[in-house]
Design a protein. Structure first.
Length: 190
């Protein structure tokens, strides 16, 4: 599946859950999300994967990967990020990370910047109820799962939303405020 097809699918699924409107991949701008540590669709290394002693083989570092972006709309005031495993809990997937209130002046996040509370990020709640990045950790023996990093440019001030929002709460708060969105898909399985 090409990046544009997969990106279109991810956007359609995510937007159905979050904003009620869909933007086709061919109508998107040059807004782009990437990681200096990985190419699109490559496998995450262990330090960026989850750590959960209750799941065999889930012994990664739980460190958020470095991210960088460019091409956001001029009216952008803040960014929001979701990391979703669409292969688990269909059709909406499992939420590994919710972060928002990232100032428009930022164009990157350093390795680990989402792994603990940070002055530059407002943290939401992931599937574990944690307010930080929770790395991928599919069941041992599963085919590698795609993990979608969704970055949304919004017209909301960085301090507009309270901390601790769930994915559904964030979706309700940013509905009608998303200026553009872009994705990066990485994979992991063990």
């Amino acid at each position: 599946m090409t990046r544009h097809c997969l990106t279109g699918l991810v956007i359609a699924v995510t937007l159905a859950a979050s904003s009620g409107t869909a933007v086709s991949a061919d109508k998107r701008s040059a807004f782009d999300l990437r990681s200096p540590a990985f190419k699109e669709f490559s496998s995450l290394t262990k330090k960026y994967t989850g750590k959960n002693p209750q799941v065999p083989g889930c012994d990664g570092g739980d460190i958020s990967p470095p991210l960088a972006w460019s091409g956001a709309p001029a009216a952008t005031k803040s960014y929001a990020i979701e990391v979703i495993d669409l292969a688990s809990n269909p059709p909406l997937g499992l939420v590994h990370w919710i972060a928002y209130g990232i100032a428009a002046s930022k164009t990157s996040l350093k390795e680990g910047e989402g792994s603990a509370p940070s002055a530059s990020i407002v943290s939401g709640k992931n599937m574990m109820g944690r307010d930080a990045y929770f790395g991928p950790c599919p069941r041992s023996g599963d085919k590698p799962h795609p993990y979608t990093f969704l970055l949304m440019a919004t017209d909301l001030a960085p301090d507009a939303l309270k901390p601790g929002l769930t994915r559904d709460e964030l979706a309700a708060e940013i509905k009608g405020h998303i200026l553009d969105k872009t994705t990066l898909v990485l994979r992991y399985g063990h």
